[in-house]
Design a protein around this ligand. Sequence first.
Ligand code: SF4
Ligand code: MG
Length: 330
Amino acid sequence: SDLGKTFHLGGGRSAGGHRKVVAVDAVNLALCAGSTVALVGESGSGKSTVARLLAQLLPASAGEVRLHGEPVHPRTGRQRRRYVGEVQLLLQDPFASLNPVHTIRYQLTRVLRLHGNHAGRRGIEEQLDTLLSTVQLHPASQFLDKYPHELSGGQLQRIAIARTLAASPSVLLLDEPVSMLDVSIRLGILNLLANLKQQQDLAILYITHDIASARYFADEILVMYRGHVVERGPSESVTQHPTHPYTQLLIESAPDPARRGRDAAEVPGIGRGGGAASAAAPTGCPFARRCPFAMDVCFTQMPAVSAVDEEGHEVRCWLNSPETAGGPRH
Ligand code: SF4
Ligand code: MG
């Protein structure tokens, strides 16, 4: 709740040689067993930082992380190990999450052991079998004695998923889990993750820049821009009635086979790296400089959150605010 992260960069061009970057500002989200929340935004929007805050890889500058209602402050190695076992982070690049010099068997066994599995050799062998069949790699014997470089990207991401499951997590944080894989195998991995969510009652945070996949995969969508959540709500509602101009741009530029979508790079302000969190424009709407509808008030005052409907769909935009002349646009 109210999670924030500010990075202090030394050696900047300003006179003081010090620059503050607000990467994440007051983000609230709840991950519940058996459901998926998607964080959608371009690179630099702060979505990976949110995942790293939740994974306790970074200390938060503000706000609090709670697990099962209890504030999380893992201080000792043991507390940290328990937390990291329960809240697993899956990275974009499967090569990065696996060690190139060890076999798959060694790496999965290590995670099982690290998280308190005391089964004997046979028991471990059975669990490795189960893990690999859960991620649909069979027969297990064909994969266990291989090294990461001997497997394809899709197989490796399945192994990386098996590795997270070996820790018996209740929360999975997926940071762009398919964006480095061939388009042809992405759906298979997403389907696998969706099935796991059901079977193991996992709470999932799905981070992506692709709002179309978020709609397919998530129950709730949060759209982030420059560290702020600018729109949120049930996936159906956010994608059917996108209300924030930035969400509208994301949807227009999303590849959609049913429509001749424009490439992201052609949409003004998208795909040009304009999303990096920045200390510029400390007041006003974070999207003001790229927004085709910006009004004077947008440059001076941060819009408040207002409701789009009564089902929890909310937006942070003056156009939807009852206080401005723009009023609701639906
Ligand atoms: Fe655009 Fe203003 Fe809405 Fe920001 S508040 S998205 S600048 S209209
Ligand atoms: Mg990222």
